[in-house]
Design a protein around this ligand. Sequence first.
Ligand SMILES: C[S@@+](CC[C@H](N)C(=O)[O-])C[C@H]1O[C@@H](n2cnc3c(N)ncnc32)[C@H](O)[C@@H]1O
Length: 251
Amino acid sequence: MIEIASGHAAIDRFLAEDYERVRGMSSRFAVAICGHLIRRQAELGIGGALFEIGTFEGRFFIAMALGLAPGETALGIDRFDWPDAGIEGRFHVNCAAHGIARERDVAWKADSREITAADLRQQLRGRPVRFAHVDSHHSRECLTNDLELVEAVLHRDGIICLDDMLHPGYPLIVTAVYDYLARRPDMQLLCVIDREDIVAAAKYLICRRDVRERYEADLVAAFARFRYALNADMESYFALVLTPRPRLAEI
Ligand SMILES: C[S@@+](CC[C@H](N)C(=O)[O-])C[C@H]1O[C@@H](n2cnc3c(N)ncnc32)[C@H](O)[C@@H]1O
């Protein structure tokens, strides 16, 4: 197991003891890095809601919600119809079993393609989203929709985390991200979190251009030993890459 921690006691306890017991697809490596950012946001006074599209049984959602600051809530959207109708119940059982108080976990059974930004704002009770994880249908059409939804509710200093980037099974979805970044020059790639495994794939972190360097410096300070020295070439800037086993080809 890769030795990595978020620095948040409850998240790290979950990652060490229970993470593998909740069925899901996010990598432990990536969740520790996201947990670190969620903790740092709270320390920096960045408040709001935590949000996921595609909760499945709650693996990422629970880790994220354990990082809620007092008074905040976490909202999770899922169709809750796959692989069977019992999934919504299992999501709530898992949340309760791992310490998420019922009033702080808000599940919304919906298809993200059928809701509007106004519906979402209402569910969030007007609170901006400081951290969003997008992990729903792996198509360009759905990811484009989900990015626009998240953008509509994102805190100024918010972070969007996108799952299964560069996944060999979904080679096209990353193009929706580049189209989005071309439409939104104020948003930039903050970090590529490399994959652990084909079932625990890479994530992208995205945020506003004017807060990217601050978050990047924070990630570098916390996770220097996982840094890929060459970074990610985004043509007009380089983005951070964190990888479980950093190395360069020998030449
Ligand atoms: C890969 S799983 C999510 C895994 C989870 N985030 C984790 O880290 O363990 C994808 C989930 O997205 C849900 N989903 C797919 N398309 C959706 C959509 N358009 N709206 C809401 N949920 C969707 C599926 O029902 C499924 O539970």
